[in-house]
Every structure is written in structure tokens, then in C-alpha cells.
Design a protein around this ligand. Structure first.
Ligand SMILES: Cc1ncc(COP(=O)(O)O)c(C=O)c1O
Length: 393
């Protein structure tokens, strides 16, 4: 199978993964585990970058998929109006505590952020927008209409100095260990309000419980104009996303046919809606959002325990089940080569992890939100073994 992937998909990627000892072929998944073709079990502490939020084969997700397929109407567009569409939107807005916003479905996280920017451009009649260099918002951004700021101070200066369509931020990023403080959020929101700039929060990774809050922006008590959400919504089995937009943006950016100019062919398809509704009820029935912090505290304290034995782990940044662990050298400097070695060794010990896209000295854990206590211990034990093998402690 790898040979076909090599030949017809991405030979360079295969070469890199193979030389790093990270290429694997998986046979099936079960809960938080992936099972290799050779029968080896791997604890998935990445969950495909936070997408496999309820683990593999959750019975309610499987049942939802089956029931949707049995209806034999994968999509009701362009003229059908799906009952599930309004119901899922209502539940998303309830959970977001944004009852007056509207919901537009998209097909991926990148598309949701792209649509959020386009809504901002249309509602402000401005072209250019701002983001932070340390944040990741997916693919498909036009450099010409986009200013990337090094930090919040630069972003604030830009918003106050010129007319921008939108400020796009993540509250807690998977691509970088530093989160925005409530104060920074408040200053950005205030600057946006005074300059007529749309305040967009990208919660593609964090929305629906990842950080131990329904949405990461809730921590600040602020109301974003637009929120993009994706990964948890699709549970890792369907490509699904949603944009939550304020009524003001809706009235400024909609045409006589509403938001139809921003709808892609498969956005809001029946399969995605059914899975989305199942995700919402699992989050509620299993009280998952409430228990995220409990699970993450156990994991974080295990990691801190390991870091006490050796200089190489810095203090982890913990936002619920989004944990980023910086790896440092003897001088306390970021050490991406060792971070890569740790990811490789963890894989050898049956634990899947990743490195932060914009900070490759940081190991990132985004496990399923329903990961169990024994699995948390398994990960910590693996880290201990890796630390012993690499650093003798
Ligand atoms: C915060 C954030 N925004 C946007 C994206 C892009 O989402 P997708 O990969 O579904 O296009 C990602 C993906 O990792 C993300 O983490």
C-alpha cells in the first residue's frame, strides 16, 4: 500500500516519514487506539491533529453514519431544506452562547476560515486582513490581501493605523505553545470595535470542548463577530465545518439569495449533519466537556513528573486536552532535533504524537476527548521510558 502511495501520491512525504521511522500502515481503530497491519497497538495522542475527537468506532457515531447512509439521501441541496441543518445550528449557537448568530456550513476548517474572511471583506468593503505568524489557519490564503503580524502588539498597531476587513486569531493554538491572554483578547476586540474591523476567532481545533470549555473564547467572556469550528464536529469521520456569524455580518454580507454565494457543493451534507448531531449528544450524554480538564490534569501532572527528572522538558502549556510540551537543551534553548527524536521514540513505544507546526521544538498532544485514565497512564509511562532511553533519567 505504501508503495502505491509513494508512486501516485506523495513520494517525498513517504521518504521523510520512512527515514524518520514514522511511516505506519494501520488496519483498524478502536477507541483511542490504532492497530497496525502487524497487529501492534498505538495509542493515538494526536487523533489526526485533534479531528478524531471521540476516538475510533464510537458506537453512536457508527450508528449515525449507518442511519444516514440508510436514508440514501446524502445531500438535499440545492433546493432541499434539511431539518437537521436548523437543529444542529441551534445546538451549536446554544453551546457557543451566541443565540443571535447564524450558522453557515462548510466542508473543511480551511474553507470555514476562508469563508469567515470573505464574509468580513463583504461586510466591511475592505480587502486586507490580519493574522498572527504563530497561528495556523489552513490553506488557501491570498498573500496579497493578508498581513501576517509577528505578535499582538503589531496586530494592534495595524488595526488602529489602517482599515482592515478582519483580525483572525486563535485563542489557544495547536501550532504554537503560547495562548492569547484575556487581556490581549479584550484589547484586540476593543481595537476591532473602534475601527470597524471584524473580530474572527478560529476555533477549528478548539471549538466543542477541546480546551475544557465549549469554546476557547468563552474564557475571555467576549463575543466574536465570527467563529469558525470544524474538527470535533466531524468526529474524524466526515469533513465538516461551520461558521457562526453575527446578525450584523449576515445582513451586510448576504445577498437576495442569502449566503448561497458562499456555499460549496457538499457543505452541510446529510452525513455531516447527522454526525454533527450525534457529536453534540455524545458531548452532552457523556459530559465530555466537563471532564476534559480532569483528564488533562492527570496527563499534565504525569508530564511534569517526567520533566522533573530531566532538563529536556519545559513546562507544558495545557489548554484542556490540547497539551504542548516544549523540548529544551542544556542551555534552556528550544531543541527541535531532540523533540523529533522524542516523537520517534514515542512511536516506537506505541504512542502517536506530533510536533507543533510553527514551533517544531514542541510536542503536541490532542488525544480523543474521551481518552481513559489507563490510556493517560500509558502515555506517561511511555514518556518515562523515552526519557530514560534518551537522557538516562
Ligand atoms: C486552528 C486551525 N484552523 C484551520 C485549520 C485548517 O483545517 P483543515 O485542515 O480542516 O482545512 C486547522 C487545521 O489543523 C487548524 O488547526
Amino acid at each position: 500500500m505504501l508503495r502505491a502511495f509513494y508512486r501516485h501520491n506523495d513520494p517525498k512525504l513517504v521518504a521523510v516519514l520512512q527515514s524518520a521511522g514514522l511511516a505506519r500502515e494501520f488496519r483498524e481503530g478502536s477507541g483511542s487506539w490504532l492497530i497496525g497491519k502487524d497487529g501492534r497497538h498505538y495509542l493515538d495522542m494526536s487523533g489526526n491533529f485533534g479531528s478524531v475527537a471521540l476516538g475510533y468506532g464510537h458506537p453512536q457515531i457508527v450508528a449515525a453514519l449507518r442511519s444516514s447512509l440508510d436514508r440514501k439521501i446524502p445531500h438535499v441541496a440545492p433546493y432541499g431544506v434539511d431539518e437537521a441543518s436548523g437543529e444542529l445550528a441551534r445546538q451549536l449557537l446554544d453551546l457557543a452562547m451566541l443565540p443571535d448568530h447564524k450558522v453557515l456550513y462548510c466542508s473543511s476548517g480551511s474553507e470555514a476560515v476562508r469563508v469567515a474572511v470573505q464574509l468580513s471583506q463583504e461586510s466591511t468593503n475592505r480587502e486586507c486582513f490580519l493574522s498572527l505568524a504563530s497561528h495556523h489557519h489552513g490553506i488557501g490564503w491570498q498573500q496579497s490581501e493578508h498581513l501576517v503580524c509577528a505578535d499582538v502588539e503589531e496586530m494592534l498597531r495595524a488595526v488602529q493605523g489602517q482599515q482592515y476587513a478582519a483580525v483572525v486569531i486563535e485563542v489557544c493554538a495547536g501550532s504554537h505553545p503560547v495562548c492569547l491572554s484575556n487581556e490581549e483578547m479584550a484589547r484586540l476586540k476593543h481595537a476591532c470595535e473602534s475601527s470597524g474591523t471584524v473580530f474572527v476567532v478560529d476555533e477549528v481545533l478548539t471549538g466543542l470542548g477541546r480546551t475544557g470549555l465549549a469554546f476557547a473564547f468563552h474564557r475571555s467572556g467576549l463575543r466574536p463577530d465570527i467563529v469558525a469550528v470544524s474538527k470535533v464536529l466531524g468526529a474524524g469521520v466526515v469533513s465538516s465545518a461551520a461558521v457562526l456569524l453575527s446578525n450584523t455580518i449576515y445582513s451586510q454580507a448576504s445577498t437576495v439569495t442569502g449566503l448561497s454565494h458562499l456555499r460549496t457543493s457538499m457543505a452541510g451534507n446529510s452525513l455531516a449533519l447527522t454526525v454533527g448531531l450525534a457529536v453534540m449528544s455524545i458531548l452532552q450524554d457523556e459530559k465530555l466537556i466537563d471532564s476534559v480538564n480532569q483528564r488533562s490534569t492527570a496527563l499534565a501532572s504525569g508530564i511534569r513528573d517526567v520533566s522533573k527528572r530531566t532538563y529536556c522538558f519545559g513546562d507544558p502549556t495545557v489548554c484542556g486536552l490540547l497539551l504542548r510540551v516544549p523540548v529544551i537543551d542544556e542551555m534552556g534553548k528550544p531543541d527541535s532535533a531532540t523533540a523529533m527524536q522524542i516523537v520517534q521514540k514515542l512511536m516506537d513505544h506505541g504512542v502517536i504524537s506530533t510536533l507543533a507546526l510553527k514551533a517544531p521544538d514542541c510536542i503536541v498532544f490532542t488525544p480523543p476527548l474521551n481518552i481513559g485514565p489507563s490510556e493517560v497512564s500509558y502515555c506517561v509511562e511511555a514518556l518515562k521510558m523515552v526519557s530514560k532511553e534518551l537522557f538516562g533519567a
